[in-house]
Design a protein around this ligand. Structure first.
Ligand code: NOJ
Length: 709
């Protein structure tokens, strides 16, 4: 019956499970890597001989023919013909790589992110991969942590929205019917709280912070139907994520009723030994399995020890059956039993199709944030006859891709120089000078750069981070750019020409010294393959920038942590560092436009509301500028008095809309008390308390009273 695609899923699972030997079951929980991992942190061994009944492979290869031949052995040579689940890290695109997740969130356009994820899913699927280890929905508040690039930022609501948007793109409406891939919410949970932003470190997370900050994106992702989750590397207040029964079983399986499975992170089972909670591999396997990790990523611990643990009575057959059923369920949901093989289509139809490039470019465009524009130096006037285009990022391809760039090829990346040439070529001369490298202290290129600036009307200085400076195991003690880049900017400032700074990086930067040197700053993040034209379009004014920060830019590294949902100080006007302002340099939500948006008065539908009613708040926004632009309105809730102190303001809703010059558009936020006004206690229970609440939008605040709870 398990082969009958019309039979109910649970019956198929039960039927197959009933036919499997213990050894076959354990193999389903085993994942190995096939091919050479380009991620130096997780090299592992190259697997040459794949057991036909293995549960899953990380497919570090882009050849679907090879994949199909491995799958054929599973289908034809394993006793029950159970297909292998092929996984891979498609994080922001497979070959058509689009902006890093942190940038995506700055677009405030979840529908576009869904489109990009669907495009990534298609390329992933045609490469032979059914499962991507994405989205990473770790709330990240320490930009020293390299993995902040993979996150949707510092705010739990934002991370939830973009996590769900991504899951929907990957999985489609229904995994069984779609051409999508299974998503994997990671890293469950709290990895973003790594101490001091160092990677792989312990995290100290209170129960309150867990429920309020780190778990909401996972709960939303599970509700959105994400097929799988990955347990984290981090130790959570003494209980490592990969041995955390509370999270993996009590919360995920019992409370949220997740029916899919959890895979460990690479080596995270064996690492329980290093973390000091298991004496050896076997005990580590027992702890992870008992906690609720169903699949062992590359450790071979389950393959080596589960049977023994069962024989010793330390594990029950029921728990093994449950784990295997979860893995099989995902394989059935993916339709792998019916469609085990990847259709082989020509590479030109598989990757980089023109429509897909357009999606990547659109997302790059919407994620770029204009941080500063003094004196209206941007857009660059058509009267400008020469541009000095300077900096190590100008002709770079590799670094614009950012971390985890799938199977991207640097040669597919449009450089900033190419984008500028397309945009300005013919109208203005471009004078290029590299100036300096990304780091080091060689300033021998400065003279050429200064000469280029002296000959030009406007200087476009393109600085930033190498892609290897963010991502896994890429933490940095300072989020400033290396001194040589700041020094180059200083020399160019001396020339006295208008200076436009273009930044490409995988984290917020410390811009305290750079910002005053530039008249305008455009943050382009790591835009992927199609960033040059969008960037140049913003500089020329063909495109009106619409990105807004989904992460705060601290004044200096020492100001970390600083983020939007902070709690109030006991002395709100005191206690900041003496030597810097109390606010971030560029706060969450910041971003300029070439249009001007005037906010009218915010109006509430009523000033008293019962707990089962809804209250609506509206604000009219008028574009008083001369060009069309997109405005994102952010709606925050504050609860000034509650049994526990609450964040000073919590983002509850946002909306991005286009507004024509002279037009007024009304933005609406419908407040549902239980969803928007409640809080979680330290056990995860949602509580609603009567009293006054404030709604904050831009610089206004309106208040209403909640009663009846
Ligand atoms: C380790 C990373 O932490 C995780 O995010 C990734 O999915 C796995 N390696 C597989 O590459």
């Amino acid at each position: 019956m398990y082969q009958d695609q019309n039979a109910p899923l649970d019956l198929r699972v039960a039927d197959l499970l009933g036919k499997m030997t213990l050894e076959e079951k354990i193999q389903q929980l085993n994942q190995q890597a096939f091919g050479l991992n380009l991620n130096a942190n997780n090299q592992g061994q190259t697997l040459h001989d794949v057991a036909p009944d293995i549960g899953s492979l990380i497919f570090l290869n882009d050849d679907p023919v090879e994949r199909n031949s491995i799958q054929r052995r599973a289908m034809e040579e394993s006793r029950l013909g159970i297909p292998i689940l092929f996984g891979f890290d498609t994080i922001h695109g497979m070959r058509t790589v689009y902006p890093i997740p942190l940038a995506q969130a700055c677009s405030w356009n979840p529908a576009l992110v869904t489109q990009a994820a669907a495009m990534a899913a298609r390329e992933t699927k045609l490469t032979g991969i059914d499962w991507t280890f994405s989205p990473m929905i770790d709330v990240a508040r320490d930009p020293r942590w390299g993995r902040i690039a993979e996150s949707y930022g510092e705010d739990p609501y934002t991370v939830s929205v973009f996590g769900v948007a991504t899951v929907q793109g990957y999985q489609g409406v229904e995994l069984t019917e779609s051409s999508g891939v299974a998503a994997c919410l990671k890293h469950f949970a709290g990895y973003g709280a790594s101490e001091g932003g160092r990677d792989y470190r312990a995290t100290d997370i209170s129960a309150q912070a867990l429920w309020e900050t780190y778990l909401p994106p996972f709960e939303s992702g599970v509700k959105a139907g994400a097929a799988t989750l990955m347990s984290g590397f981090n130790d959570i207040s003494g209980v490592p994520a990969s041995a955390n029964r509370y999270l993996l079983t009590e919360v995920l399986k019992k409370c949220w009723a997740h029916a899919g499975f959890v895979v460990s992170d690479w080596n995270s089972i064996e690492q329980l030994v290093a973390q000091g909670v298991a004496k050896d591999r076997k005990e580590a396997g027992l702890k992870a399995f008992e906690a609720g990790v169903e699949m062992d990523m590359v450790d071979r611990i389950y393959a080596d020890h589960l049977q023994e643990l069962l024989d010793e009575g330390k594990l029950s057959m029921d728990s093994i059956n449950d784990a295997v059923a979860r893995v099989l369920r995902v394989k059935f949901r993916l339709g792998l039993f019916e469609r085990p093989y990847t259709p082989i289509v020509p590479v030109s139809e598989r990757y980089l199709r023109p429509d897909d490039r357009r999606i990547a470019a659109q997302l790059a465009e919407e994620s770029m944030v204009l941080l500063k524009n003094d004196g209206g130096v941007l857009p660059i006037s058509p009267a400008v006859k020469s541009l000095a285009v300077i900096g190590p990022m100008v002709k770079d391809q590799e670094n614009l891709l950012g971390c985890w760039s799938g199977n991207a090829k640097a040669e597919d990346v449009e450089t900033l120089f190419d984008g500028l040439t397309r945009e300005f070529g013919g109208g203005a001369d471009l004078i290029y000078a590299r100036g300096c490298d990304f780091d080091g202290d060689d300033d021998s290129g400065f003279a050429e750069a200064v000469a280029a600036a002296a000959h030009a009307d406007v200087v476009v200085l393109c600085l930033g981070e190498k892609k290897s400076w963010s991502g896994e195991n890429a933490s940095r003690s300072t989020i400033a750019l290396p001194g040589i880049q700041e020094k180059l900017a200083g020399c160019l400032r001396q020339v006295g020409k208008p200076l436009v700074l273009v930044l490409s990086n995988g984290r917020p930067l410390e811009l305290r010294r750079l910002a005053p040197l530039a008249d305008a700053i455009l943050e382009i993040w790591q835009p992927g393959i199609a960033g040059g034209t969008p960037m140049a379009g913003i500089l020329s004014g063909r495109v009106n920038p619409s990105g807004r920060l989904a992460i705060s830019f601290p004044v200096v590294t020492g100001q970390i942590p600083i983020y939007v949902g902070m709690r109030s100080s006991a002395r709100p006007n005191d206690g900041n560092y003496q030597d810097i302002p109390g606010e971030p340099l560029y706060p969450f939500g910041h971003g300029l436009s070439y249009a001007f948006f005037h906010y009218g008065r915010a109006i509430l539908s009523q000033d008293k509301v019962g707990m089962d009613e809804k209250v609506t708040v509206q604000v009219p926004v008028t574009n008083t500028g001369s060009v069309e632009g997109q405005e994102t309105v952010f709606w925050y809730i504050s609860d000034p008095v509650c049994s526990i102190s609450r964040p000073m303001k919590e983002l509850k809703y946002f909306e991005k809309k286009s507004i024509k010059p002279g037009e007024t558009v009304v933005f609406t936020f419908e407040i549902a008390p239980l969803r928007d006004l409640s809080y979680c206690d330290s056990t995860g229970k949602r509580l609603l308390e009567a009293g006054d609440f404030h709604v904050r939008v831009k610089d206004q605040q309106v208040s209403f009273e909640l009663s009846g709870c």
